[in-house]
Design a protein around this ligand. Structure first.
Ligand SMILES: [Zn+2]
Length: 391
């Protein structure tokens, strides 16, 4: 082949003083997933088969409510797998983690099952990770997107946040029994939609600013598009799913929303990243009056704040407010327990939201507590104004 002398090929010698481009370490694209995701009516009956698949001898860590109200309806006796039940003592703290780890080591359990709400699930994840054995997660409410993720939160014995624990791998199985989820109070499902509502907006911000996601890489097309599907699913089926939940019936729309809350939002946040909404949530936890409100309820107010902070299109802001109003997510300060709070106290939340490690810095431009405070006030004011006009 004749060499084109006008376009000499680039060779290593031509840039020998620098590291060749192909040898430089680039931040990779990263995405993480649970091994299996199973969702359906009476899906808990699959549990013995899954335990058997992963190791025969399973320890089921269950919340007191699960032991009292759910497990009596299920029998695992006829199966080949051996499942022992251990009651969760209420806090995901070192004391409880040590107690359960000792049981696992003493009895040589090969699989852990975590069944209940967020803290039971987090405890099961950490105990299994420390023991180096698989974990099956069985969420009994769809109030957050934590079940599929590979991280968990450790608290002190008194329930104060201590640290985030990252597991080596995401859960081997997430098993969602729709019969159990449909029987739970509707406020959990709505809060889950609040948590899921943040996923697309935070993913989009991380993509725009090329910020790292929760697994330390750049967002894949997969992560970003699942985050978008999560948002579209909420808008399409959210209010209908709420009606199903209020009537405690499993319907196709409830299935869609539970999948959005647990699977799509879980994959979306971990593989595409966090931004303003969760930082505003974290900031709000500094104010005691918000403590009785669920994670997803505070995150929803964080989404509205984020939209005002980032100058989102007015049509989009209007769509998100309408969605929140329709399903009963907070749109004002008083909806999250903050009535007539001084600017000084609100500023505490804004400062905490802007701590250096917070995802809010994944938003474009320089984010300051002053800007966040104004965005929170704007979010509340618009929420109030809309409530007045729709009365
Ligand atoms: Zn969340």
């Amino acid at each position: 082949m004749k060499k084109d002398m006008n376009h000499p090929s680039i060779n290593e010698e031509s840039c020998s003083n620098e590291t060749p481009v192909y040898k430089q370490i680039q931040t990779p694209f990263k995405a993480v997933f649970p091994g299996k995701y199973i969702q359906g009516e009476n899906a808990l009956h699959e549990l013995p088969g899954l335990v058997n698949l992963l190791g025969k001898k399973g320890l089921l860590i269950a919340s007191p409510t699960v032991i009292k109200k759910i497990l009596p309806d299920y029998s695992f006796q006829d199966s080949e797998a051996m499942i022992s039940i251990e009651e969760f003592q209420g806090e995901c703290c070192e004391k409880e983690l040590t107690r359960l780890s000792e049981i696992v080591n003493r009895e040589n359990f090969e699989v852990i099952i975590g069944m209940g709400g967020g803290k039971t699930i987090d405890t099961a994840k950490i105990v299994s990770d420390r023991a180096g054995i698989p974990v099956i997660i069985v969420p009994t409410i769809a109030s957050t997107d934590a079940p599929c993720s590979g991280c968990a939160v450790i608290y002190t014995n008194d329930g104060i946040f201590e640290s985030v624990y990252y597991q080596k791998m995401n859960p081997q199985v997430v098993l969602v029994d729709m019969t159990i989820i449909a029987a739970a109070p509707t406020r959990f499902l709505v809060a889950g939609m609040g948590d899921a509502l943040a996923t697309w907006f935070e993913a989009r911000s991380c993509e725009r600013t090329q910020s790292l996601n929760e697994c330390g890489g750049y967002s894949t097309m997969t992560g970003l598009n699942l985050a978008r599907l999560c948002y579209d699913t909420l808008l399409r089926y959210g209010s209908a799913a709420k009606i199903s939940s209020e009537n405690h019936i499993v319907t196709p729309v409830l299935n869609h929303i539970v999948e959005a809350n647990i699977l799509l939002s879980g994959l979306g946040f971990e593989s595409s990243g966090l931004a303003a909404a969760h930082s505003v949530h974290n900031g709000l936890t500094a104010i005691e009056e918000t403590h009785s409100y669920y994670h997803g309820e505070k995150v929803a107010f964080g989404v509205l704040t984020g939209l005002h902070l980032t100058d989102a299109p007015m049509e989009e802001i209007s769509t998100v407010y309408s969605f929140c109003e329709e399903i009963g997510l907070p749109t004002t300060f008083s909806d999250i327990g903050l009535k007539e709070l001084s600017k000084t106290r609100l500023m505490e939340a804004a400062v905490k939201a802007c701590a250096p490690a917070e995802g809010i810095h994944h938003e474009a431009g320089i984010i300051t507590p002053g800007k966040v405070l104004n965005a929170m006030i704007a979010a509340d004011a618009m929420g109030k104004a809309r409530k007045l006009t729709t009365k």
